[in-house]
Write a protein that binds this ligand. Structure first.
Ligand code: AMP
Ligand code: ZN
Length: 493
């Protein structure tokens, strides 16, 4: 274990609102739980960003030598429309619309989720549990919460008594909300009349006759509340008190706030030492979201088959783009941003790939050990990937200076530089080595670029037959040309 670097790791804890030194509960071990996707539709790039943030955190903790148990669940039941306590289950609704089994929906979108994460070179979590596989654990938790006096049963459903809980505990401590303000701001919605108070939330819902996904319980044939599954699965695999719980910023309230309340009510202790929240990916200045349809799917960005971007981007370029912002900042997905990242990424790769051909000297004029420490300092400062990348570009500068002869490095320092860049780019940031000259996509871009130019010349010469022929034959080969105000771009089907 690289102890000296580990001791300096700080992470931002949403619970305290501060960066704190990281101290695991058991020396050398880390338990981390991250809320996974609700598998009722294709993952969008916003989802990818959140999971990517935690993939890098997982990778870095492992690199530091921790034994990490990383649990990321699949939500395959209990998540109702509008994240509410009434309405249809998101998965059942999709199954009804498509007239197939809910579990076919779950299977289809779980496979899609895994395929996308593989494309972006994610490491698999240690355990990937499902909500439907943990109904018994959820029922046990509800029994505990009822026994401890923090839940009540009405017409076969069970609700968490937020008002009672707040008398002895602090409901709102994570999201920094006060119950009085919530009371003031909650509207009474139809279908919530079983609750004593609108702020209460469902632990178990009695299933309406048409609700297909249902299980027997002491209270009714029904299904668990959405917040409960994460309490059940996190504590089952990580213990009642574990190190890190993560998810997207939008889950802080009510989902994570309710998780804390459930744990404290059931087990008498707060579950998590460090709450970490990844910020949102935006498109056109607005949060990417399935509900509003303001989304771009990974496949559309990878193929270039979309109306927003000028070209296709490779998975590593998209990953690099996301890493150029801190996981705690909002990030706007733009064509200009991606173009800039693409340029930067290839510059970094090309420099890395020329390291081997550097001529060593008898002494170094650059302090590579200090530079290496600066890379660690960046990651130890709450996983600050943009600062890390700035340091990697500093290394690109060194490589070019050594090539030109204005600086020198010994062979040991060249190896150290090479090993450190390799570690950070591939092992920690999870990027893949594609140099611009090797990449098939770029060879294709170059070839189509030549044809686009020939077509422009044909048009300028009023040879429209030739220009149409180029366009149509490319289309037959599955390459669509798009004429825009900034010139012609292409996409591959
Ligand atoms: P869902 O499948 O909707 O439950 O979302 C899965 C994960 O993606 C959750 O952690 C969300 O917080 C996260 N998420 C959803 N939309 C975005 C977005 N626009 N940017 C970043 N993360 C998001
Ligand atoms: Zn969750």
């Amino acid at each position: 274990m690289q102890l000296f670097q580990q001791q300096k790791l700080y992470l931002y804890n949403s619970l305290s609102g501060k960066k704190e030194p990281f101290k695991p509960i058991n020396e050398g071990y880390v338990g981390m739980y991250v809320c996974g996707p609700t598998v009722y539709s294709n993952v969008h790039l916003g989802n990818v960003r959140t999971f990517m943030s935690f993939d890098v955190i997982f990778r870095y903790l492992k690199h530091l030598g921790y034994k990490v148990r990383y649990v990321r669940n699949i939500t395959d039941a209990g998540h109702l429309e509008n994240d509410a306590d009434a309405g249809e289950d998101k998965i059942t609704k999709k199954a009804r619309l498509e007239q197939i089994e809910p579990m076919e929906i779950v299977q289809r979108y779980t496979v899609d989720f895994h395929n996308i994460l593989n494309t972006f070179n994610f490491l698999p979590p240690s355990i990937e549990p499902t909500a439907t596989g943990h109904i018994i654990e959820q029922i046990e938790l509800i029994k505990n919460i009822i026994d401890n006096g923090f839940a009540y049963v009405v017409n076969g459903s069970v609700y968490f008594d937020v008002h009672k809980f707040n008398k002895t505990h602090d409901y709102g401590k994570l999201s920094k909300r006060k119950l009085e303000d919530l009371i003031h701001n909650t509207r009474e919605l139809d279908g919530q009349s079983d609750k004593k108070n609108p702020q209460d939330f469902a632990l178990w819902k009695k299933a309406e006759p048409q609700h297909i996904m249902r299980w027997p319980s002491p209270w009714s044939d029904g299904f668990p509340g959405w917040h409960l599954e994460c309490t059940a699965m996190s504590t089952k695999y990580l213990g009642d008190h574990f190190d890190i719980h993560g998810g997207g910023m939008d889950l802080k309230f009510p989902h994570h706030e309710c998780e804390i309340a459930q744990n404290e009510a059931a087990k008498g202790q707060t579950p998590v030492n460090y709450w970490m929240h990844a910020n949102m990916l935006e498109l056109n200045g607005q949060r990417m979201s399935k509900t509003t349809g303001n989304i771009i799917n990974p496949g559309e960005l990878l193929s270039g088959n979309n109306k927003i971007m000028s070209k296709a981007y490779s998975p590593s370029v998209i990953r690099f783009f996301m890493m150029q912002s801190s996981y705690r900042s909002v990030l706007d997905l733009t064509d200009s941003g991606l173009l800039g990242s693409e340029k930067g990424f290839y510059r970094l790769m090309d420099a890395f790939n020329t390291l081997e051909s550097l001529k060593p000297s008898t002494r170094s004029s650059i302090n590579i050990a200090d530079w290496k420490q600066a890379c660690y300092n960046a990651m130890n400062d709450d996983f600050n990937t943009p600062i890390l990348i700035a340091n990697l570009f500093e290394a690109v500068k060194y490589i070019n200076q050594v090539k030109e002869g204005s600086e020198t490095l010994t062979s040991e320092d060249i190896v150290l530089l090479q090993e450190t860049i390799h570690t950070f780019i591939f092992d920690i940031l999870g990027l893949e080595n594609v140099s611009k000259t090797e990449s098939g996509t770029d060879k294709l871009s170059a070839a189509v670029g030549v044809l686009i130019k020939l077509r422009q010349e044909a048009r300028a010469n009023k040879d429209f037959a030739m220009s149409d022929k180029i366009r149509d034959e490319l289309a037959e080969a599955g390459i669509q040309l798009k004429d825009g105000k900034d010139g012609t771009s292409f996409s591959v089907n």
